[in-house]
Design a protein around this ligand. Structure first.
Ligand code: FPP
Ligand code: MG
Length: 334
């Protein structure tokens, strides 16, 4: 799905709020296309590649929506914060696609496939440095929050590449990874929105907790899509996590079930899944496995938990939209 000034990646029933968010997203979109510019045309091309390929813009949208819980949602700082989180996200995707050796992102050829790993990694660095420059405009506290978020993103991404420690539950390890690599930046999106939109400290705290859980749910539903979706739906190559040996939620749940009928699946999972035939067989078995629905139910429960934090906000259009945001993340199909 691409972002345009007329479409939001979220149903907002209140038309007044929806139209305000669309207008603000268009401002963010224009600002982003300026921020990915470099003095060197080649770098502008590599840095704008993924942004122009589309994307749901969930993180900046959450900044704008959380800002509506405050008394100055229209402040320039909110737009800056929305750009900060999207640029950080984009940066991380350039690096992630190198790590995952992914061919496709947002329906487009990945940067490393097109320009090689060096250019892809350094373009990620370029986008992250642009994001950092912008964060400096938001003051020292915002810089600290951004740096802490970056630490968590990187920790999560590194921990994903190592096995759980001795005695550590594999599912707990994985949930910790997910909270770091995705929960952290979505929590910061909600937090920046609340903070720069002028919300009270209580609301900022509640929205941060909400964002952390919604963020993890978002990643877990991405894991489910990696198994369940066809590539034309997700714009990515299905089964990438599986091929890379990343043990995501449905896989961990299938393993934990310990059902003797799963012997073949476990054998495949324990072996080399870079082999096309074995990979296709494992993907097929997982698509039929009850762990897929179990994983879906877990994500829906996390979304419910996230919505619980919204009790700190008055009932109304903003809270309803944030509830819808949690729901859509849990059952998303792209
Ligand atoms: C996608 O995971 C990856 C992330 C959400 C985080 C990646 C973080 C880093 C690479 C750390 C470096 C960060 C910066 C800012 C330079 P996935 O592979 O499970 O999801 P996918 O299906 O979208 O690829
Ligand atoms: Mg990836």
């Amino acid at each position: 799905m691409t972002t345009s000034s007329t479409a939001l990646a979220l149903p907002v029933p209140d038309e007044e709020l929806a139209s305000r968010l669309r207008e603000r997203m268009a401002v963010v979109e224009r600002a982003l296309s300026e921020h990915v510019r470099s003095r060197a045309p080649f770098i502008t091309e590599t840095a704008s590649h993924l942004m122009e390929a589309g994307g749901k813009r969930f993180r900046p949208l959450l900044v704008l929506l959380a800002a509506e819980a405050g008394d100055r949602p229209e402040s320039d700082e909110v737009v800056t914060a929305a750009c900060v989180v999207e640029l950080t996200h984009l940066a991380s995707l350039y690096h992630d696609d190198v790590m995952d050796e992914a061919d496709l992102r947002r329906g487009a050829t990945t940067a490393h496939s097109r320009w090689g790993n060096h250019v892809a990694i350094l373009t990620g660095d370029f986008l992250f440095s642009k994001s950092s420059e912008l964060t400096a405009e938001l003051g020292a506290d915002a810089v600290r929050i951004q740096a802490q978020t970056f630490t968590r993103l990187v920790e999560g991404q590194i921990l994903e590449t190592v096995a759980p420690g001795p005695g550590e539950d594999p599912l707990a390890h994985y949930l910790d990874v997910v909270a770091g690599k995705t929960g952290s930046l979505i929590a910061t999106s909600a937090r920046y929105g609340a903070r720069f939109g002028g919300a009270t400290p209580d609301v900022e705290e509640a929205l941060t907790a909400y964002g952390e859980i919604v963020g993890s749910a978002f990643q877990l539903s991405d894991d489910i899509l990696d198994i369940a979706s066809e590539s034309d739906e997700s714009g990515k190559v299905p089964g990438t996590d599986l091929r890379e040996g990343v043990p995501t939620l449905p896989v961990l749940m299938a393993r934990a079930a310990g059902d003797p009928a799963d012997a073949r699946l476990i054998e495949l999972l324990d072996g080399d899944l870079t082999d096309d035939a074995r990979h296709a067989e494992a993907l097929d078995l997982l698509r039929k496995h009850p762990s897929l629905d179990q994983a879906r139910a877990y994500v829906v429960a996390r979304a419910q938990e996230a919505k619980g934090h919204l009790a700190a906000l008055p009932a109304g259009a903003v809270r309803t939209a944030l509830e819808a945001f949690a729901d859509i993340v849990a059952v998303r199909s792209t």
